[in-house]
Design a protein around this ligand. Structure first.
Ligand code: F3S
Length: 106
């Protein structure tokens, strides 16, 4: 599977959802997750994310391994998103800010 990681939090650009052939993205208030049960590892979303938040599960950055479990946990709880929508209002300012996990709204 592929995994949405920390830099998506408070950015949520949603470009990723437009290319997903299996509609495996699910939307929360300030973050998206990939359903590991649906992802076919097509890799198309990786290049679409303007803030580089999506990784294959074997290549998740050190310290962000917990996002595998977070994606798996939240995907069944959040609705599918398959159309792009505006990014979060302060997306530019949040790009690259460390330790955003504590800001995740479930
Ligand atoms: Fe998040 Fe990047 Fe998609 S910021 S919503 S993973 S395009």
């Amino acid at each position: 599977t592929h995994v949405v990681t920390e830099n998506c939090i408070n950015c949520k650009h949603t470009d990723c959802v437009e290319v997903c052939p299996v509609d495996c993205f699910h939307e929360g208030p300030n973050f998206l997750v990939i359903d590991p049960e649906s992802c076919i590892d097509c890799t198309l979303c990786v290049a679409e994310c303007p803030v580089g938040a999506i990784y294959p599960e074997d290549d998740v950055p050190a310290g962000q391994e917990q996002f595998l479990a977070i994606n798996a946990e939240l995907a069944p709880l959040w609705p599918v998103i398959d159309r792009k929508k505006p990014a979060m209002p302060d997306a530019k300012q949040w790009d690259g800010v460390p330790d955003k996990l504590k800001l995740l709204i479930r």
